[in-house]
Design a protein around this ligand. Structure first.
Ligand code: GAR
Length: 228
């Protein structure tokens, strides 16, 4: 894990394609002082993404990067990620957050930001990767669902897990009601994972992520994603 200068606030680049409620949770945590970081740029592949509007509302830099000009190229995804990388570097982003980013990230970004890209996924990975995870969970009949923050690697939704939170599946749940219950947990664990990174507490060894100081925190009842 790269050493961080204790003086500067962690510089976040956020990639988002839609509603942006996780971006909002990050912004709120920063504004409330529970997350020592700053959002230096919000990038979207969708021109009308509400996430961009949220960024503007908070005076943050927002960038729409159109995938269309790259569409005809042999490796259009990699070409697009070069453009994303340029913007992230221009703004000196140290950590990249995927927040409802509905585009597959290529080796171009992953190599440049190895163990410095996080994603939030609305399932207890490795169960239900990919799309419509909450529906997949309901269809499977699980009794416990949840969400996962993980580092991003080449395999979709496969990277080392940083934190997970669980929610019960309740009789009569619909995709909407379960998604809402999971989303509430997403908003609490994503800022928490980013703050751990900002504090230099995350250590990745193979698939496992250790969180330094967790034992002491648990002893004091400070970290309990199950009830948080
Ligand atoms: C969230 O539920 C997030 O976990 C999910 O998209 C939603 C985005 O909501 N991400 C994925 O499914 C990624 N595989 P938001 O735009 O309000 O943050």
């Amino acid at each position: 894990m790269p050493e961080r200068s204790p003086a500067g606030k962690l510089r976040l680049g956020v990639l988002a394609s839609g509603r942006g409620s996780n971006l909002q949770a990050i912004i709120d945590a920063i504004e409330q002082g529970t997350l020592q970081a700053q959002v230096v740029v919000v990038i979207s592949n969708k021109k009308d993404a509400p996430a961009l509007e949220r960024a503007r509302r908070h005076g943050l830099t927002d960038v729409f990067l159109d995938p269309k000009p790259h569409a005809g190229q042999p490796d259009s995804r990699a070409a697009y990620d070069h453009a994303v990388l340029d913007v992230l570097r221009k703004h000196d982003a140290e950590l990249v957050l995927l927040a409802g980013y509905m585009k597959i990230v290529t080796a171009v970004l992953i190599d440049a930001y190895r163990n410095r890209i996080m994603n939030i996924h609305p399932a207890l990975l490795p169960s239900f990767p990919g799309l419509e995870s909450q529906k997949q969970a309901l269809d499977w009949g699980v009794k416990v669902a949840g969400c996962t923050v993980h580092f991003v690697t080449e395999g979709v939704d496969e990277g080392p897990i940083i934190i997970q939170a669980a929610v019960p599946v309740i009789e009569g749940d619909t995709t909407e009601s379960l998604s809402a219950r999971i989303l509430e947990k997403e908003h609490s664990i994503y800022p928490m994972a980013v703050q751990w990174y900002a504090e230099g507490r995350l250590e990745v060894q193979g698939r496992r992520v250790s969180i330094r100081g967790t034992q002491e925190s648990l002893g004091k009842g400070l970290i309990n994603p199950w009830s948080g």
